[in-house]
Design a protein around this ligand. Structure first.
Ligand SMILES: Cc1cc2nc3c(=O)[nH]c(=O)nc-3n(C[C@H](O)[C@H](O)[C@H](O)COP(=O)(O)O)c2cc1C
Length: 388
């Protein structure tokens, strides 16, 4: 793989390399795409106020999140990366480990938690509220036995499926019929096809981390059906799950101040201010707009992470300046994975690290811990205060 210099270039390579259905599944978004667009647009509204002399020659980026030391305030957000690359989440985990940061594994991921923890011991296991309480605990205990160092529970999903630009048709199973149907797309993307052909396998559209002990992994859609049929969690359920885990625990998808306070009451270690990358309830504002009010309200009591729209190191610096301890990457690393497997993800992390370093330098800071809102040019009306 030849080095790429920006995440935008990784995205262009992903678009060229992946079959259109797979690429479109990564782009995701929902309804009109208002939220997914605002996630990146909002970062562009924030500016910097750089210095020209008296700058620091050394910049420190290390921090901790949910008890894990990470070499930069960035780690991997959980995504179901079905069919992007044969090594899937294992490649992502290895890249994160090579760059000194943590991995999060989606329960809809294509690789078993055991293989992912072996690739990166700093792995958090992400769960949706699906199945019975016994099933939830069994999956969590499997993750614990595998060595997962924290749990992320994502409860913001509202099963919104329509997209004005159309959704990709993903087969239930990669059987012969599906392969024939997708053959023309695959043939137009020979390098992607070759990557899978070399492994002797077809993309496996199953969710091995949702399997019952001793039974085969459910198909992606089988698992999705179970999820849709599960009664929705209450705040007591969240507190119960956190207690069952007993270790570092994140609630992902918080956008409102009142919910952030309830999450603190439920005893979580961390929250991610997130709108699920704009794939969910369209019309939700950019997560970065909701961050300052949430950081003000609960920043003393809980670790705050942000995800949504991060494409550059300077975006990370903006989020940290507005009160995030770290950010999680979604599409940025998926595009890197598509462009070049593990090396592509490492390339993305290096781009982000370089961008953080430049921004810290320009702002005259020697550490990410010195960032504050005073480093930013924040236009009037930028923030959104939800749930007050
Ligand atoms: C293709 C795709 C699949 C995702 N799957 C999951 C998932 O399984 N669990 C989860 O908590 N979040 C999931 N997300 C949301 C991401 O973890 C993250 O919140 C979001 O991608 C951040 O926005 P960004 O892509 O703009 O960085 C997914 C996002 C994408 C793009």
């Amino acid at each position: 793989m030849t080095w790429f210099e920006t995440v935008a270039e990784a995205q262009r390579r992903a678009a060229k390399r992946l079959p259109p259905s797979v690429y479109s599944a990564l782009l995701a978004g929902s309804e009109k795409g208002t939220t997914v667009a605002d996630n990146t647009a909002a970062f562009a509204e924030l500016g910097f106020a750089p210095h020209v002399a008296g700058l620091s020659g050394k910049r420190d980026m290390a921090t901790t999140v949910m008890g894990q030391s990470i070499s930069l305030p960035v780690f991997i957000s959980p995504t179901g990366v079905q069919a992007v690359h044969p090594d899937g989440e294992v490649a992502v985990a290895r890249a994160a480990a090579a760059r000194g940061t943590a991995m999060s594994l989606s329960s809809f991921a294509s690789k078993p938690i055991e293989d992912v923890v072996a690739a990166n011991p700093q792995t958090f296991f992400q769960m949706y509220w699906t199945g019975s309480r016994d099933q939830l605990v069994a999956r969590m205990e499997r993750a614990r036995a595998a060595g997962a160092v924290g749990v992320i529970v994502t409860t913001d999903w509202s099963f919104s499926h329509g997209r004005d630009w159309g959704s990709p048709k993903i087969p239930e199973k990669m059987d012969v019929k599906a392969m024939l149907r997708f053959a023309p797309e695959g043939l137009r993307r020979p390098r992607w096809l070759l990557d899978f052909a070399r492994t002797g396998r077809v993309p496996d559209l199953t969710a091995p981390n949702l399997a019952e002990p001793g039974t085969p992994a459910p198909t992606f859609f089988g698992a999705y059906g179970e999820w849709m049929g599960t009664p929705l969690p209450t705040w007591d359920d969240i507190a119960w799950l956190r207690e069952q885990w007993g270790g570092p625990f994140m609630l992902k998808g918080v956008m409102r101040v009142d919910d952030a306070k309830r999450a603190v009451d439920a005893g979580v270690t961390a929250i991610s201010v997130s709108n699920h990358g704009g794939n969910n309830l369209d019309g939700t504002p950019a997560s970065i707009r909701a961050l300052p009010a949430i950081a003000d309200a609960v920043g003393e009591h809980v670790e705050i992470v942000l995800d949504g729209g991060v494409r550059r190191g300077s975006d990370v610096v903006k989020a940290v300046a507005l009160g995030a301890r770290a950010v999680m990457l979604g599409r940025a690393y998926l595009w890197g994975l598509a462009a070049g497997g593990q090396t592509g993800v490492e390339n993305v992390l290096d781009i982000i690290r370089g961008g953080i370093d430049s921004a810290l330098m320009g702002l005259g800071h020697s550490s990410v811990h010195d960032l504050s809102p005073a480093d930013l040019v924040i236009p009037d009306g930028f923030g959104r205060v939800l749930g007050v």
